[in-house]
Ligand binder design. Structure first.
Ligand code: A2P
Length: 265
């Protein structure tokens, strides 16, 4: 179809060509799109993306998984069988176009945290998306001495995306040294055998997370936390941060921990 035959997107919306799609499991996939030249965002932010379904645009909030310097945009998504958006989005192919609202936002950004020694990124499932943006941003390593990315999933196959990005980041010409020296990746499962097992909340409560890292328990003086997962996971992790004396931050009032819900269709 000639370019001028393709319907123009509504005002305030970009229509970006999909460049690649990678399916990790029957529940998870990642895809990359072109990045509009005028689109600016901070690593860790989310944006509304969508498709026209039965003649109507349908949008959901997705964290941008690529860092702010990247020429392309990357997203990591769950597939929900009857999910209004993901049941269609999971079939997207290179060359097709994705709708994206023009304004990014979010609290999982370096600006919303006070400086500290250690940054903990607590993620479950697709909640890793904003963190794989931040671990590819040099600013994260300039602000924190160590960056601890915890990714807890039901089974081993669901950890593959995180493993791939961490490995690629450590091999990257510009980020490799920082990511090798300062980034600690802590993958874990809850429903399948794996060297590290158990919910992140359990491993914080019983101290095994800190013992494994060889560091003291959460301390508002030195530690900062970003949390991204399901509503229940956020609530429980937030309670643990507050019990340790950390205060919640926001863009206009940086604090010691920040929270954001991972996309669920
Ligand atoms: P579990 O297997 O014990 O339910 P999901 O794919 O359902 O979003 O879950 C992703 C991961 O988050 C799973 O390992 C799951 O553990 C874990 N999880 C679910 N609820 C919580 C919670 N309230 N606190 C911490 N982890 C949770």
């Amino acid at each position: 179809m000639p370019e001028d035959m393709i319907k123009a997107p509504p005002a305030g919306v970009f229509a970006e060509t999909v460049l690649s799609v990678t399916h990790y499991t029957d529940r998870l996939f990642a895809f990359r799109t072109e990045r509009p030249a005028s689109f600016r965002f901070r690593s860790g932010e989310f944006v509304m993306i969508g498709l026209e379904i039965e003649g109507k645009p349908l949008y959901r909030a997705y964290s941008i998984a690529s860092p702010s310097w990247d020429d392309e945009l990357e997203f990591f998504s769950i597939k929900v069988e009857n999910g209004p958006l993901t049941s269609v989005l999971q079939h997207i192919r290179p060359g097709e176009r994705l709708l994206m609202r023009k304004k990014p936002t979010g609290t999982l950004v370096n600006d919303a945290l006070l400086p500290g020694k250690r940054l903990y990124m607590l993620s479950t499932g697709t909640g890793i998306a904003p963190f794989v943006s931040l671990i590819r941003d040099p600013e994260t390593y300039e602000k924190f001495e160590s960056v601890i990315l915890t990714h807890t999933c039901r089974d081993v196959a669901e950890l593959a995306y995180g493993h791939d990005i961490v490995a690629a980041t450590r091999a990257n010409e510009l980020l490799g040294e920082m990511a090798t020296e300062q980034l600690i990746h802590v993958p874990a499962t809850t429903r399948e055998d794996y060297p590290t097992r158990g919910r992140i909340t359990t491993r914080i409560e019983d101290g095994s997370l800190f013992a494994g890292l060889g560091v003291p328990a959460l301390d508002p003086e030195t530690d900062r936390v970003m949390i991204c997962g399901s509503m229940d996971m956020l609530r429980d992790c937030k309670a643990l941060c507050e019990a340790a004396g950390l205060n919640e931050g926001a863009n206009n009032k940086p604090g010691e921990f920040v929270v954001e819900r991972a996309f669920v269709d």
